[in-house]
Design a protein around this ligand. Structure first.
Ligand code: ADP
Length: 260
């Protein structure tokens, strides 16, 4: 793209059009660069995982038949890294679909029941205590059910991965919004890093998270989901004490509501 040179025109209208056009070019360039960065980060992440798989496959080929320890460790690691790659590719697809700007099919959702269902689904996998706190009997709002479930699963999955104590979900409403707070008492996030965790592929300590199976894509997906619902997401965290993720979503969607 080439910007129009900002010459001093007598006609106000023309210089205004030039300024608007130049702003559009800036925004397009920014978005193009961010797409390029994304493709490069995604390739890097997938490539790293493939290199690890290749390394273990080589170990297996060379020593696996003679050394049972190496045989077991290599097979286990290849399996784990393959799982990680599957998670990452699935999340990349989710992220792409979450950023589509087409109107979502919204419906009326009852939030307390929805959280209860997700806790029940997670129970056999984790068997940890997740408790809902709320003063309301029912909380209804307009949203895309699939995406809201994805959002809740991401936040709970993080709380499960990065803490070992019980987890709390606090639900409340005001006139305009519903508020969802997912609170854990785990490792927390260092102060300087909180603002970075919504960046794609960002992990506080990548070596630590290879063990927990993290990809750095969960929170960016959560952010894309709240954005598309015209809501907000923020994190309060104290390292060593715990983390609270606070999501606010409008009760009524203004635009793009396609009732079923
Ligand atoms: P990941 O798949 O690595 O969990 P996310 O995008 O969901 O990716 O989170 C990015 C990073 O933010 C994580 O790697 C972790 O370092 C940090 N993080 C997210 N949630 C929590 C939490 N509840 N407690 C502590 N750290 C967290």
């Amino acid at each position: 793209f080439k910007k129009i040179p900002a010459r001093s025109h007598n006609q106000d209208e023309l210089s205004q059009m030039t300024a608007t056009f130049n702003r559009m070019v800036d925004r397009l360039e920014e978005s193009f660069q961010s797409q390029q960065q994304f493709v490069s980060d995604a390739s890097h992440e997938l490539n790293t995982t493939l290199m690890i798989i290749e390394g273990y496959a080589n170990m297996l080929r060379r020593w696996g038949t003679r050394d049972e320890e190496i045989y077991k460790e290599s097979l286990e690691s290849i399996y784990e890294e393959t799982q990680r790659m599957r998670t990452m590719t699935r999340q990349l697809l989710t992220l792409a679909s979450s950023q589509q700007e087409e109107p979502e099919p919204y419906e009326r959702i009852e939030l307390i029941g929805c959280c209860g269902q997700i806790i029940a689904h997670l129970k056999p996998v984790h068997d940890r205590q997740i408790t809902i706190f709320t003063d309301e009997k029912e909380i209804w709002f307009d949203a895309n059910l699939v995406k809201i479930k994805q959002l809740l699963v991401i936040l709970l999955d993080n709380a499960l991965k990065y803490s070992s104590d019980p987890i709390e979900i606090l639900l409340s409403t005001d006139e305009k919004d519903v508020h969802i707070r997912v609170k854990d008492y785990g490792i927390g996030i260092p102060e300087g890093e909180v603002k970075r965790v919504f960046e794609r592929f960002y992990r506080v300590d990548s070596s630590r998270h290879r063990k927990t199976g993290g990809t750095g894509l969960g929170l960016p997906i959560a952010k894309a989901i709240t954005d598309v619902h015209q809501g907000t997401i923020r994190i309060d965290s104290v390292e060593g004490e715990g983390t609270e993720v606070i999501v606010t979503l409008p009760r009524r969607q203004q635009e793009g509501l396609s009732p079923r």
